[in-house]
Design a protein around this ligand. Sequence first.
Ligand code: NAD
Ligand code: DAU
Length: 340
Amino acid sequence: MDRFLVTGGAGFIGSAWVRQALADPSVRRLVVLDKLTYAGNLANLEPVAHDPRFRFVRGDIADEATVAALFREEQFDAVLNFAAESHVDRSLFDPAAFLRTNVEGVRVLLEASRAHGVKRFLQVSTDEVYGAVLSGQSRESDPLRPSSPYSAAKAGGDLLALAYHTTYGLDVVVTRGANTIGPYQFPEKATPLFITNALDNQPLPVYGDGRAVRDYLYVEDHCRALTVALRRGRAGEVYNIGNNLEIDTLTLATAILDLLGRPHSLIRLVSDRPGHDRRYSVESSKLRALGWQPQYGFAEMLALTVAWYRAHEAWWRPLRAGEFRAFYQALYGSRLGLSS
Ligand code: NAD
Ligand code: DAU
């Protein structure tokens, strides 16, 4: 496998995987297909833009004509599907966009992969498909109980990919990764939102009692896990990707403020996210048995992430203008008592 289609490769994790993959000289061809929604950003691919093995195509994975044309032009051994509407809070406003990309888009890619003899299809799914796990850890065989339109749509795409293996024999691997942080993450998710708000001395909106727990994973670790699943995973199998961390939102917010030397008084407890999952935790020994191990603990990944945002204001500042301001006002305006 040395010719890759990476969908959603201009986003946070997809672009990190592309940068990592192209550091490997055995990769012969890598095409990114990305719609460039508000979350897609060509600046994320700037480090590889001039690599002769790399090509960028702007297009929608749910658009059959676009996908068919690309599969006629290029030959792919493997497809990695990162493309998704990925923010839970946005899915509460506009579920339709999530169903179109996260379910229908997956179907279009699976059909094209089947028609063109793709050797492996990696569906990048999420630990959110298991729903809240109040104790213990989710295993790959556990039932899916998604809580939000985002995670329900991701569960649909995840199960559809597995069904294409069962029904049509397509070589499919599904990964279910934990909350990922690091450079180039759009500043709407908790970690980059809190960092950029803190840098601007703006309040950090913490939902509910601030005790919802997430398992944080550094983006480099997530990408290496995807490569292990891609190259060594078994067809038709699911692999959880987790770090065994239990970090609640107040701990995250406090750690960010401490790293930036800002006062804890910037923390605001605000009304909760509807359907907010209290805790995620995945058991990832199945992937670890294939040779993957996370390298980054919480303190190190957070320090690296905070340092990156501090040094890259030119990357994130424009993203907080424009459309983001309307989104911010709609989500946080009344919670934070902001004037419109
Ligand atoms: P992101 O929002 O940063 O990037 C998504 C990318 O997909 C963007 O570049 C966007 O332009 C593109 N895209 C959206 N709709 C598209 C469409 N219809 N056609 C083509 N491109 C489209 O997301 P991310 O955080 O990098 O997540 C990548 C994948 O990993 C997603 O599938 C997500 O569900 C999954 N995941 C994310 C996390 C996390 O913590 N961020 C954890 C586990 C799994
Ligand atoms: O677990 C994997 C998932 O992690 C991915 O599938 C999603 O794409 C990704 O967005 C992320 O989902 P979460 O909803 O867990 O991440 P988010 O950064 O939005 O929130 C993390 C925690 O912080 C969660 O408990 C909600 C809370 N939070 C979030 C925001 C944006 C707040 O308290 N305040 C906020 O403003």
